[in-house]
Design a protein around this ligand. Sequence first.
Ligand SMILES: C[S@@+](CC[C@H](N)C(=O)[O-])C[C@H]1O[C@@H](n2cnc3c(N)ncnc32)[C@H](O)[C@@H]1O
Length: 296
Amino acid sequence: MNVQYVNGSNPWPIRCNQREPVQIISGDVRDKLKEIPDNIFHTCITSPPYWGMRDYGHDNQIGAEETLPEYVKNLVSCFRDVRRVLRVDGTFWLNIGNTYTSGGRAWRDKDIKNKGRAMSYRPDTPKGLKPKDLIGVAWMVAMALQLDGWYLRSDIIWHKPNCQPESVKDRVTVSHEYLFMFSKSENYYFDQEAIKETTADGRSRKNKRTIWSINTEPCKEAHFAVFPRALVRPCILAGSPKGGIVLDPFFGSGTVGVVAIETERTCVGVEAKPDYIEIAKNRINAATPSLFMDCL
Ligand SMILES: C[S@@+](CC[C@H](N)C(=O)[O-])C[C@H]1O[C@@H](n2cnc3c(N)ncnc32)[C@H](O)[C@@H]1O
């Protein structure tokens, strides 16, 4: 594998290197990030559990907080550590979607297509909101992170042309999520050239726009939503040089690790659930650097 290691060796406990480009750290992200020294990663790309949406079936899972303020506080505190471990010129790409209040239902049955959506609990309607309200939690988290010191630089709409149908009759079907781009400092590493789009006439290239239409990608082993690789690739290409080091603190099935290998970067992932770590290891072992990058 042709991964160049630009910074020499990283301090303990970071061990990913040219020969083993992806390192998975097993455990609760809130403990594990604390063990990592400051200023290591070029960029961080992640998708935390959404609030009250899915039961990942392990203790201490983020997303199962009883109240919305607790969820936002947990994410802000976890991402404060992400900011510390990012290099001064680092960026942070956060994928998060909005959710609706539960309308008084205390649980949700499993859905045939999506078994992971079964939940034995549903959070109460947050104070001040009503049943059926769109919570706007994605923006709540983004604003809380900005207040905590992050530079909020872009709100990218991830448009999903193949989104899941919904049985609702009194509103339109949700077909997007957000990808917020933050930076640690006012000036930061951003390779604009690496992610330019082709113009409509196909003759030249233009700066990438804020609406990205990307189909969701199924992962047969994982019963939860995984990143499509095409969503991760521009973030890695713009956020890190070849040989750079990328972080995903909610690693799941390891898509960020797979794309790091494909784009010749190294990667550290943190994941609490051993079953998911096994899925990630298998996917990473099968990954190889891509000769052609299909997002360009
Ligand atoms: C939305 S999934 C990430 C999916 C990932 N982007 C992929 O492509 O597979 C969120 C992940 O966060 C993990 N998680 C939840 N709470 C955690 C915690 N406290 N510490 C570490 N991981 C946690 C879950 O087990 C789950 O794998």
